[in-house]
Ligand binder design. Sequence first.
Ligand code: HEM
Length: 210
Amino acid sequence: MTHFSNDIYTEPSNIDVDTLKNLGPLRGMAGIWEGRRGLDTKPKAEGPKKQVYVEHIELQPIDPQTNGPQLLYGLRYHTHVTKPDQVKTYHEQVGYWLWEPATNTVIHSLTIPRGEIVMAAGNASEDAKEFELIATHDSTNFGIRSAPFLDHAFKTVEFRIKISINSDGTWSYNEDTVLMIKGKNDLFHHTDQNTLTRIAEPTPNPLARS
Ligand code: HEM
């Protein structure tokens, strides 16, 4: 049970505006990244199909955000995925990765252009090298919303992502999007994994630059 203060308007004072110094466990994810060894398991009419993929991820610091007393630092997120040596988009996501230092919480919001949005969360220590975020269809906070066709045919009931910040400067994710597919009794595990290598440093957030 979370306890909030009665004062929901007063913002924290003396906020450090340099987001890159205040990203907690997300610090190792800031920058521009490439992953050439992604592996997707996706739903097809004939059953699960595996596909290798390449990925370009941008994670750029945003200015600190306040909701009254709540302070969040974060990264703006965009990933673009193709099959190896192809131009056509295989998958795309936009969103944010947020860190709330006061509660050691990581939040990841994502939108995919299938008409679906997810907001997942988990706890992590400030210097964690591994952490997991979860969203479930029935949660009113960290949940999943899909447009009607997807809810009818491929309902996403759970989403989990595990992050590992590796000692060689790369980071990896392992995610499981659990689908309830119309006409099937068993849940389908639409899984994705990749390891990302930095190709450019992050650009400091606007307030830190000024
Ligand atoms: C790198 C990550 C991902 C990749 C590469 C990927 C790729 C794909 C592909 C190629 C399909 C279509 C299967 C086909 O008809 O050929 C698919 C289906 C689907 N994906 Fe993903 N996906 C990823 C992550 C996600 C995430 C994070 C979600 C939601 C939380 C999601 C939700 C769905 C759903 C609901 C479908 C079923 C719709 C359909 O098959 O037409 N996917 N995915």
